[in-house]
Design a protein around this ligand. Structure first.
Ligand SMILES: Nc1ncnc2c1ncn2[C@@H]1O[C@H](COP(=O)(O)OP(=O)(O)OP(=O)(O)O)[C@@H](O)[C@H]1O
Length: 733
């Protein structure tokens, strides 16, 4: 049995796992795989390079395959339904407000959205006569109402003449009339909901204390099946656990009803909610969509899932990518034939859903990788994500609950929590550190760039081969040797070029990812590196899909030593064994720093990131113009209607340090990195020598485990020696 099988992965996937040389699951994989296989919605937070992609790709490939297998094998499906113990009486996932979350048991629900009511009815209702009871325990404080409603009634029970409610403020409600009734209730309280169809009465209890009749109900509720009453609940920022009783594995009631009143689930005249034909299994529409922020990540994750899917046979799992720049006809053909897993960007996927080219009726998984980037204010596509969710049916075509998985190395923020409240059901946090943090395999330092101290930029400015600046100073008076703000800003930019080459030489970098702030700066840096006889490829949003692909490939193959890029590849990109990152400018967003430097120190290999931080403010482009910078020469400040801002890197560094809760070490411009301060000698790009890693971990534990076993044996023998009388009495028995 492989280590992955112990976490629930099927042996069929072993071949693919070993082809990647993965011997043990990483920490995040050991937590996430069983959770996803178990059906949980999951929020996966773990450091960059910790194996989050495998943590969702492996279980998804497995579940999608198992479901497809079951669907195409009629004998198995029949066998399954024969074994089914009968319909389960629980809250109905198809008869609820979208934001009322129901868990896997169907007996717990919650809505964490303030100021909005969200309700649900049960799977079955009662009519014709009899006396019925169900119980509700308040699990999460907030507002709630419990009671009964017909199928024609509102889910906001008590607001029409087809539903009845009893609310936490101690009010009963019917036909929008709210009258004092019983006592108020809160977390931990148990409410009993009574319906006597023989005598046409309805009442409630709190913690076993029955209140008087609340309503004498119309006889239509007894005599007309169209007015059959279903148990119903309603929440506002609150949570409930329901117990309908019956013999389908329910826990006993906390306050069992007396006088011949029976559990509603045990009623002999139950009327079940009847879905329209749900039996046709559509084998062409996808079961899973994985959302990625960039084309590069779409490709990377696709390759990951494809590695696992490709070893699964009968049926084969069909994976497809959906990102800009792809062959439309080919995609449409694949969709027509049928697909199981789609990896794409939100804008492209939404476009396909909206134009009816992509059907989502069978969708059982949505994975949102790098979710905080989508939801963030800058360059986010929160509206696409929301639109995708709005376009989805409440449950999948075969009635299965949809699973949502979100992950990132920087998951701890308000927008993600809000998203989880709105769209995820009882999400399980898989969070190994509890805060955004940097992997121990990433060393990161800053080098301050001070053009008033280090004046070599002045000489360089008049040489032909200096790093071309971004031309924001073209209309500024530049007076080298002065402390003018504009002069120092220009000096910083030239000096940074000098420092990049110095760092490459000092640390003998044979490979590095170099982050620049803008596309224009990337182009200039690429040219500058070529001028210094260094091979470099460039990757940013203005390059064509083909150019981007070629740049990445040539960097991966080692044909180009340096990859110069914007934040477009700050996240997720996994190139094995890259030893160095250089941040020519800090990112505009503090969380982006964690992602950028996380391009190194992956899969147990050590990495170093150097950030060049200007001691003075830098004037930089900040295009608000229509063309987003294309042909723009408006170098005025944004406050004066222009397209530039003053970027304070020292302030940003402070924000990053505060976010990470630590001070980042500094190096001088000779780039003498204090390797010895970081746990002894390391070789960047290689595995930490003698350090703990996934494989060595087992061996290091082995000797302690064997010592413990020896101690245990010694202790037991000692005990028996000192307690001979115990042995004697055991023998006597
Ligand atoms: N169980 C494992 N054993 C060894 N290597 C692994 C294992 N799981 C993943 N890896 C490798 O670790 C590297 C990083 O994995 P991955 O790209 O999934 O990281 P991540 O956590 O998603 O990082 P990021 O936050 O930067 O996106 C990859 O090269 C991957 O092949």
């Amino acid at each position: 049995m492989t280590a992955f099988e112990e976490f629930g992965i099927i042996p069929e996937l072993s071949e693919a796992i070993s082809s990647l040389n993965w011997t043990l699951p990483t920490a995040v994989q050991s937590e996430a795989i069983p959770a996803i296989l178990g059906g949980a919605d999951a929020l996966i937070a773990a450091e960059t390079g910790s194996g989050k992609t495998g943590a969702f790709c492996l279980p998804i490939a497995q579940i999608v395959w198992e479901r497809r297998k079951l669907a195409i094998s009629p004998s198995k499906s029949a066998e399954n339904s024969e074994k089914s113990p009968g319909k389960r009486f629980e809250l109905n996932p198809e008869d609820r407000d979208p934001h009322l979350k129901i868990d896997r048991t169907g007996l717990n629900c919650e809505s964490r959205i303030p100021k909005e009511w969200h309700g649900a009815r049960a799977m079955g209702g009662v009519t014709g006569g009899g006396k019925y009871y169900f119980e509700v325990t308040i699990t999460l404080d907030g507002l709630c109402r419990v009671g009964w409603a017909t199928m024609a009634g509102s889910l906001k029970i008590g607001t029409d003449f087809e539903s009845f409610g009893y609310g936490g403020t101690g009010k009963k409600s019917y036909g929008k009339r709210f009258d004092d009734y019983g006592r108020s209730f809160t977390t931990g309280d148990v409410l009993g909901c009574y319906l006597d169809l023989d005598n046409l009465k309805m009442w409630w209890s709190k913690n076993g204390n029955e209140y008087p009749t609340a309503y004498t109900i119309d006889k239509k509720f007894r005599d007309s099946p169209a007015h059959c009453l279903f148990p119903a609940v309603l929440c506002q920022n609150s949570g409930l656990a329901v117990n309908f009783g019956g013999d389908l594995g329910s826990a006993p009631f906390k306050f069992p009803p007396k006088n011949g009143i029976q559990a509603v689930a045990a009623a002999s005249n139950l009327q079940w909610w009847s879905p329209e034909a749900k039996n046709t299994v559509d084998l062409t529409t996808p079961l899973c969509i994985i959302l990625e922020p960039t084309r590069e990540l779409v490709q990377q994750t696709f390759q990951n899932i494809q590695t696992f899917a490709s070893v699964l046979k009968e049926p084969e799992i069909r994976c497809l990518t959906l990102a800009a720049g792809e062959n439309m006809n080919q995609i449409l053909r694949s969709l027509e034939i049928g697909t199981d897993i789609i990896v794409g960007t939100p804008s492209r996927i939404f476009d396909f859903i909206q134009t009816g080219k992509l059907t989502t009726s069978c969708l059982q998984f949505i994975v949102i990788d790098e979710i905080d980037q989508f939801l963030g204010a800058k360059g986010g596509s929160a509206h696409h994500i929301e639109s995708i969710f709005k376009a989805l049916p409440l449950v999948t075509q075969d009635g299965t609950r949809r699973q949502i998985i979100a992950c990132s190395a920087t998951l701890h923020n308000f927008e993600v929590a809000r998203f989880a409240d709105r769209h995820m059901s009882f999400p399980q946090w898989i969070d190994l550190k509890g805060a955004d943090c940097v992997s121990a395999d990433v060393h990161h330092v800053v080098c301050h760039v001070d053009p008033s101290e280090d004046r070599q930029w002045i000489r360089q400015k008049y040489q032909p081969n200096h790093l071309e600046d971004d031309h924001v100073h073209d209309q500024d008076p530049i007076r080298p040797g002065t402390q003018d703000r504009e002069t120092l800003s220009l000096g910083t930019k030239i000096l940074k070029g000098i420092y990049v080459v110095k760092a490459i030489q000092a640390l003998q970098m044979d490979k590095a990812i170099i982050f620049c702030r803008t596309k224009q700066q990337c182009d200039h840096m690429e040219t500058f590196l070529h001028q210094n006889n260094l091979t470099a490829a460039c990757l940013h949003g203005d390059r064509s899909a083909e150019e981007r692909q070629n740049s990445l490939e040539s960097f991966k193959k080692g044909e180009m030593r340096f990859l110069v890029c914007t934040d477009v590849v700050a996240r997720g990109l996994d190139v094995q064994g890259v030893p160095f990152v250089i941040n020519v400018t800090l990112p505009d967003e503090k969380s982006q720093y964690v992602h950028r430097i996380g391009r190194v120190g992956r899969a147990e290999r050590m990495g170093l990131s150097i950030s060049l931080v200007s001691t003075c403010e830098e004037k930089v482009w900040f295009h608000k113009c229509r063309g987003r910078g294309v042909g723009c020469t408006n170098t005025k400040d944004i406050a004066q209607g222009g397209c530039t801002i003053w970027f304070d890197e020292k302030k940003m560094l402070g924000e990053i340090e505060e976010h990470l809760g630590s001070t980042i070490s500094t190096v001088d411009s000779d780039f003498n990195v204090p390797i010895d301060e970081f746990d002894g000698k390391v070789v960047y790009g290689e595995k930490r020598k003698g350090g703990a890693n996934f494989a060595t971990h087992v061996f290091s534990l082995a000797s302690s485990a064997s010592q413990l076993a020896d101690l245990e044996t010694k202790m037991q023998l000692e005990y028996l020696k000192n307690n001979r009388h115990v042995l004697a009495s055991i023998h006597a028995l």
